[in-house]
Design a protein around this ligand. Sequence first.
Ligand SMILES: Nc1ncnc2c1ncn2[C@@H]1O[C@H](COP(=O)(O)OP(=O)(O)OP(=O)(O)O)[C@@H](O)[C@H]1O
Ligand SMILES: [Mg+2]
Length: 337
Amino acid sequence: MRRIRLSLTPNLAVEFVDRDLAMRRVEEWAERGAGFPKVVYGPEGCGKTAWLLQSVELLRDYGFDVIYINPIEQRFMAEAGVEDVRRRLVEILREATSDAWVRAVWVVIDLARELIRMRRGRLAVIVDDAFQAIDLDKAAIYVKGMLGLIEHPPELYERIVAIAATSEGVSRREIGRHEWSDIIPMWNMPKEGFRQLYDQLPGDKPGFEEIWRITGGNPRMLERLYENNWSVDKVVNEVINRNKLRRFARSLSSVKRAWLMEAVNDPDTLFARERIPLMDRLVELNLIIDDIPEREEYQWIDQPPPEKDEELGIGKYVAWQSPIHREAVKRVLESLK
Ligand SMILES: Nc1ncnc2c1ncn2[C@@H]1O[C@H](COP(=O)(O)OP(=O)(O)OP(=O)(O)O)[C@@H](O)[C@H]1O
Ligand SMILES: [Mg+2]
């Protein structure tokens, strides 16, 4: 399989590295069919899109027609035998409004049905970051549509793989209420894989161990650090400003601020009855991942995080998306003292 090249920043291309287990997962689906649609969630910037783009390559090698769409990054792929689909999507997207992308996401399900009718072969439908675009309350319906492709296809077909990815913890809650999909988490990169990405960055850079401690293996954070000349302050500030964390911290009572400070030291302290509403807010702000499943490989796409890692902010039940997210919250709380 060809390893794809990705642009880590506008002027730095890197080769896709690691994620061997995750690729093997896709291989299994390609060989045996996927059963339910797969909904993959994980920290923002942990590498879901990169993995899906590499998966497109793999699925093509397995003779699949592939439709990939990402309305947030405004990117789609539909090649090799699916020119019709391509043409229809291009027609919709010619409008170049964000609404056009939302429509395109919905149309993908109809187009997939048509493809099954026409070709009856192997089909992969990959929708990346679609739930943000179509509104969270419609995410479950969308997944039901994907399930419909598998369970009630318009024709007999050989094999269908349907994957959706999201970094919105909230959509996971929405979708999890129904048994229409397998919901599978993906974590930041494992240390050795992350090192292979770090090694591809040119120029003077801080030592690997330091970068690992700061990013926790999140490739987006590595990218942000590189873009900002390795200034941790700037990257932390980006998180504070983007998520409006100052406003958030001020909205909290002093008791909740204290709970939040405890969570900075140990995220598992949030996993207690009276603190769960606060935890939910942190999920909505994409700062933590809650209710993390057991660390058994079959429950995860790629390697699970460690059982607990205080330094990286990973608890048994709750984890900071990366040490930078935790640092952002910590700094905001300290500024209120
Ligand atoms: N395995 C990998 N090899 C090389 N580069 C990677 C890998 N995984 C991620 N990257 C790079 O790291 C950055 C963030 O990854 P990506 O966009 O895939 O994350 P994501 O989980 O899809 O983020 P979001 O939650 O925002 O959708 C990208 O620039 C991507 O190219
Ligand atoms: Mg993505």
